[in-house]
Design a protein around this ligand. Structure first.
Ligand code: GTP
Ligand code: MG
Length: 263
């Protein structure tokens, strides 16, 4: 990795990825070895019902820096990412999808942009003018519609919040991830809304996206839950001011819990 000093913690959420996980892990490791920087790879298997976990276990002997965490049941990508903050030990945090629709070589571009723009967060964006995105029309329409919704509701300095390749300075991740409440796909938005709210800078990077699956797995239920969760983030940010009073809410919950335990 050019001009970057410090360890990189790569967080790879995985759910029912038996077809892609071995290639995803090995290719990511190979890429970071070639970068020549210190790294750790944390794969979070989120209650997969296929062979994902067994395949991951098979890889741990070969790769000692590979850390596997497993949830006994599926808690959602957002909840899994939130959990990852407890395990990261690097100076930088990279999210990457296990299916490797976005090849890890592109992480170099994200680091270059972080350095040049002095950004705290750099996100891959399907809507960047230099991005190459081989995406079905239906997904493009959903992407644009979501961009307009986010633009209407939030004053974010980015267009596409949902791409599965993101780079954070670790101190930003440690500050922001524990604030996530969204368990499913709108967690990306919740992270960026909070990072922006806390004054961290966010820059977009071009990406090359080549989907492995002919038919995406994101169904109408995910679209609806993302829409509802997005409204919930808006409500918490601008009406409830939850994120500003997070410590107050947490201490209130703790007081309630103490009362319950003492009873
Ligand atoms: N931890 C966790 N990871 C998940 C969950 N659902 C999906 N993922 C992972 O999140 C990443 C993105 O999910 P995908 O299903 O590929 O979503 P997508 O890339 O938008 O859609 P596709 O076109 O189907 O690839 C992959 O690495 C998945 O394994 C989940 O419930 N929990
Ligand atoms: Mg994918």
């Amino acid at each position: 990795m050019k001009d970057i000093k410090g360890k990189i913690s790569i967080v790879m959420p995985a759910y029912n990825e038996a077809d892609h996980i071995v290639f995803g892990v090995e290719e990511t490791i190979k890429t970071f070895e070639e970068f020549g920087c210190p790294w750790e790879l944390i794969v979070i298997d989120d209650g997969s019902t296929d062979a994902t976990y067994e395949l991951l276990q098979g890889l741990t002997q070969k790769y000692p820096q590979l850390i596997i965490k497993r949830n006994s049941s599926n808690i959602g990508k957002g909840a899994a990412i939130r959990k990852s903050v407890h395990f990261i030990t690097g100076e930088y945090v990279v999210f990457i999808d296990a299916d490797l629709d976005l090849h890890p070589l592109q992480v170099q571009t994200l680091f270059d942009i972080m350095r040049l723009d002095n950004s705290d967060v750099v996100i891959g964006s399907k809507l960047h003018p230099n991005s190459v995105v081989k995406y079905p029309l239906q997904r493009r329409i959903i992407s644009y519609a979501y961009y307009f919704l986010v633009r209407l509701l939030f004053n974010l300095p980015c267009h596409d919040t949902q791409t599965g390749l993101k780079l954070f300075k670790a101190e930003v991740a440690r500050k922001v991830f524990p604030r996530i409440l969204v368990k499913k796909f709108a967690f990306d938005l919740e992270i960026l809304v909070n990072a922006h709210h806390l004054g961290y800078t966010i820059t977009e990077a071009p990406i090359v996206l080549s989907p492995k699956r002919r038919y995406g797995r994101i169904g109408i239920d995910s679209v609806i839950s993302t829409f509802l969760d997005t409204l919930a983030v808006f409500y918490r940010m601008y009406i409830l001011h939850y994120y500003d009073r997070i410590d107050y809410y947490r201490s209130k919950n703790m007081a309630k819990e103490l009362k319950r335990v003492r009873r």
